[in-house]
Design a protein around this ligand. Structure first.
Ligand code: FO1
Length: 337
């Protein structure tokens, strides 16, 4: 296998990608060439405009993680970050004060916003930013593609006793960062998604792949939004590449983030089997040829197999690079023909 395409969100997907690249480089992923090319199709529906700047959390988390600029504890934003501008904005009483933009991170958003204002599409902006973050160390081994260059934004409906409808809608980032997903999500709406055009290279990255991976990213607001870009599902059904997924739900809940709340919002069972069957088998109108669950969920393998989807239970905690590389190897082995 030479061309691997990964449909990724932020933290979970980025951690998986780091382990995948580590494993490929060290021959730990049998069947994958040492000089394989990994194309990342990244979710952009987390994006938001704040202080007049375009912030792309999932693109930046993948870019910073693979470029070793990420803050390892937070899992987002820059290492060795300072927050002077954030403090100054708060001193002016400028909202949102709840969304933390570090001084180093701000430079990325300034460059991106300037390029967007000059008329460059997000895909070309991302390419330019990656020339700093990825090219020097990874060369052409990795490509980072926005799922679309068009605006698509995830919004969450929550209960609101003060509003006539009893509900109000907040941007995903407000739901996650300000509210900490502490209130039930009643609906998930991705504004603009139905009219979005797949970003340059996205469909080809799927149809021309030797392997497509759905990493342990959020199945609703990361992988789910990528699958919702028109033509992406069709490309996944049509590709000659095997499509394999790794469960982001372990032991009945998410490892990090808010997948539990969002799966509940869309009526999908919060379990490894539930997510696998939600993505579905390609032989049955879904997108997967294989599904990996964690060993703690081994008792769910039979239910997934009964749903027509090959399934194995392996360790799925990305505790270090070798553990993650082993997950990638298990994924390839599950679907390698
Ligand atoms: N997450 C937080 O919990 N608090 C923040 O203040 C915050 C700011 C932020 C700024 C830039 C960025 O790229 C990501 C940021 N995130 C923050 C993480 C972000 O909410 C998540 O990375 C994704 O949107 C969900 O995967």
């Amino acid at each position: 296998m030479h061309n691997i395409t990964v449909l990724s969100g932020g933290m979970g997907g980025a951690r998986f990608l780091r382990g995948l690249l580590h494993g490929i480089g060290r021959g730990l992923v049998p069947g994958v060439d040492a000089d394989a090319v990994v194309t990342v199709v990244a979710n952009t529906a987390d994006d938001l405009w704040v202080h007049g700047l375009k912030v792309c959390p999932d693109l930046d988390t993948v870019m910073y993680t693979l470029g070793d600029g990420i803050d390892p504890e937070r899992g987002w934003g820059r290492r060795e970050e300072t927050w002077s501008t954030k403090e100054e904005l708060a001193a002016y009483g400028v909202e949102p004060t709840w969304f933390g933009l570090g001084d180093r991170d701000l430079a990325t958003h300034l460059v991106r916003t300037q390029m967007l204002d000059a008329g460059y599409p997000l895909s070309q902006v991302t390419e330019a930013l990656c020339r700093r973050w990825l090219t020097p160390t990874l060369g052409d081994r990795v490509r980072l593609l926005p799922m679309t260059d068009d605006r698509a934004e995830t919004h969450i409906a929550i209960a609101d006793a003060d509003s006539p409808s009893g509900r109000r809608v907040v941007h995903f980032q407000e739901y996650w960062v300000r509210l900490r997903a502490s209130v039930p999500a009643e609906a998930v709406v991705v504004v603009g998604l139905d009219d979005a055009t797949p970003g340059p290279g996205v469909i080809d990255a799927i149809t021309d792949a030797d392997l497509v991976v759905l990493p342990p990213s959020n199945p609703v607001v990361s992988v789910g939004t990528i699958l919702g870009v028109p033509r992406v599902r069709e490309a996944l059904v049509a590709t000659r590449a095997p499509v394999v997924g790794l469960s982001p739900i372990v032991g009945g809940t998410h490892v990090r983030g808010m997948a539990e709340q969002l799966l509940t919002a869309i009526g999908v069972e919060v379990s490894a089997a539930g997510v696998g069957l939600h993505y579905g088998s390609r032989t049955d109108g879904g997108v997967l040829d294989g599904w990996l669950v964690d060993q703690v969920d081994a008792d769910q393998v039979d239910a997934v197999v009964a749903g027509g989807l090959p399934c194995r239970a392996v360790p799925l905690m990305m505790t270090d690079l070798d553990a993650t590389a082993a997950m990638a190897a298990a994924a390839v082995e599950l679907v390698a023909r």
